[in-house]
Design a protein around this ligand. Structure first.
Ligand code: ADP
Length: 514
């Protein structure tokens, strides 16, 4: 491999391939920790939702306490009636009570007998939590009305107690409510509003882990992502789950997207790498072909020049007396100058084609005439080199629009090649035919042939077959067939090649009949 190509590969590897691979490995490696971060974010979001429901519950109960405070501190006498109205209009609330600092019931709506089982259990609860209740007074003195929550024995009744100051006396107000009804009736609209179609929110009775409320009756909640106890109903908890997809699914789908993205980026970079590599390789090959071309052409020019100067020197010395020999030397000089002008013409033709300055002059021509003319110019060489050749010209070939000089160049290039690349069997056959749409010129030889692999490239500029050095033994520039192809294209024609290694080659030229 060429040194420039090797260093290009090394540079591409170091500046593109290596960083891409390191980046990809790092990204894939950090996907796991990203998954954890994303999972935490989702969980925090769910946590915040549960927090807001809890906050709402506290706000509702706080508003009950406000109403109760208003009623109890009013100077009106019909407090019982107002309290009854409060109970009737407040869903889930069953009783309102007031007791003094000695834990004696001062007021109860509806009335409760201290001797009743509820009365007794209430009394026991208050005595047991005496210090907690005293703390409520301290909070109140500090300007903060704290709500304390207690659960009565059977957990179906929840007690919210807060301190209340009346004429320098500290009393305790208590609201008894049913937590299951509270969640199902009071919290339900708020939960529905939060849950919408995205989440399923359920409430659980912690002791038995049974569901006592669900925002979506249809959704079977098997496992919850987040669960939190109600602040004011500690025996109950609130659970939340994404409805249509689990957090795990969400995280996995994000990871999958990230992986696909990394894959696309890698693919794009590697594709770019490959394109750069291919381009550089192509340029290097072309520059190699160009440098081969320069050395080939110099060689092709130097040989006839050396022959011409050698024969002229010999003639100048005047030592050749035989007239035949002198004539032969002049013929060689003439042929070598012809060869030189042929090479120069080829290079000029090619440079005109490359710069887009080549102009064709079309006229009505019978291509048989061109074929016969070219064969005539080759006659001498063919015979000298021991070629057998045949020409079959179709008699009824119609005249077609071509640039006669350009078609002559085409034929010269192809016949010249047929001669150059024939070794043991020296045979060339030229045929002209036609059909409705095309006029054909076939030139076949029995030379060294071209392999299928090389056949694709023979029309490329500067291209010469290097396989086994067979073709290289013959001199050439790698421009002949490039010029031929350009001329055929400019005539709206086609060129087809059939060849078999060691057996020969057939070039088929197709000219459109307008
Ligand atoms: P060159 O100046 O090398 O002949 P061309 O463009 O005319 O350049 O041809 C390109 C290559 O195609 C040649 O180098 C040769 O290898 C191959 N080639 C062309 N014609 C023939 C043929 N008749 N038989 C075998 N090989 C051929």
């Amino acid at each position: 491999m060429n040194r420039t190509l090797k260093s290009t590969i090394l540079i591409l590897f170091v500046i593109i391939f290596l960083p891409t691979i390191i980046f990809s490995i790092y990204e894939i490696g950090s996907l796991r920790s990203n998954e954890k971060v994303i999972e935490n974010i989702y969980n925090n979001q769910l946590d915040a939702i549960l927090y807001s429901v809890n906050q709402y519950s506290e706000d509702v109960i706080s508003s009950w306490a406000n109403r109760l405070e208003l009623i109890l501190s009013s100077k009106k006498n019909n407090k019982t009636e107002a309290l009854l109205d409060f109970i009737h209009t407040t869903s889930s609330v069953s009783k309102v009570m007031q007791f003094n600092s000695d834990n004696q019931i001062v007021l109860s709506v509806p009335p409760i007998l201290s001797s009743s089982s509820f009365g007794k259990s209430m009394q026991a609860l208050l005595i047991k939590n005496d210090s907690v209740l005293k703390n409520l007074n301290t909070y109140l003195q500090g300007g903060y009305r704290k709500l304390e929550t207690f659960t009565l024995n059977d957990t179906t009744d929840q007690l919210v107690v807060f301190a209340f100051q009346q004429d320098n006396d500290f009393l305790y107000n208590a609201i008894v409510f049913n937590p299951v009804r509270f969640i199902n009736e009071v919290l339900d609209p708020k939960i529905q509003e939060i849950a919408q179609n995205e989440f399923a929110i359920s409430a659980f009775f912690e002791e038995s882990d049974s569901i006592i409320y669900s925002s979506d009756k249809q959704f079977q909640m098997t496992e919850v992502s987040q669960k939190k106890r109600f602040w004011l109903m500690p025996h109950y908890s609130l659970g939340i789950e994404l409805k249509n997809v689990t957090i795990n699914d969400l995280v996995k789908s994000r990871s999958k997207k990230d992986l696909i993205l990394i894959g696309i980026v890698d693919f794009g970079l590697i594709l770019g790498l490959w394109l750069i590599f291919r381009n550089v390789k192509k340029h290097l090959e072309l520059s190699q072909l160009k440098s081969d071309f320069v050395s080939n052409v110099s060689h092709e020019i130097r040989t006839p020049l050396a022959l011409i100067s050698m024969y002229i020197e010999t003639l100048e010395l005047g030592r050749i007396e035989s007239k035949e020999k002198v004539k032969e030397y002049y013929t060689i000089i003439f042929q070598e100058t012809q060869r030189l002008s042929g090479i120069v013409n080829k290079i000029l033709n090619f440079s005109q084609i490359e710069s887009g300055k080549k102009v064709y002059k079309f006229s009505s021509v019978n291509i048989n005439d061109i074929v016969l003319d070219v064969v005539k110019t080759f006659n001498y060489n063919l015979e000298v080199q021991g070629f057998k050749y045949k020409t079959h010209c179709s008699a009824k070939l119609p005249e077609i629009q071509v640039d006669a000089d350009a078609v002559t160049d085409v034929l010269i290039n192809i016949i010249d090649n047929a001669m150059k690349y024939s070794m043991d069997e020296k045979y060339i056959e030229i045929t002209t035919t036609f059909d409705k749409s095309w006029a054909y010129i076939n030139i076949s030889d029995k030379g060294i042939g071209i392999s299928e692999k090389e056949l694709k490239h023979i029309f490329d500029k500067f291209y010469r077959v290097t396989e086994k050095n067979l073709a290289l033994k013959a001199k050439g520039s790698g421009l002949g067939l490039t010029i031929v192809k350009h001329i055929m294209d400019s005539h709206g024609g086609k060129i087809e090649v059939k060849s078999k290694k060691g057996e020969g080659t057939v070039f088929k030229l197709l000219f459109p009949i307008q």
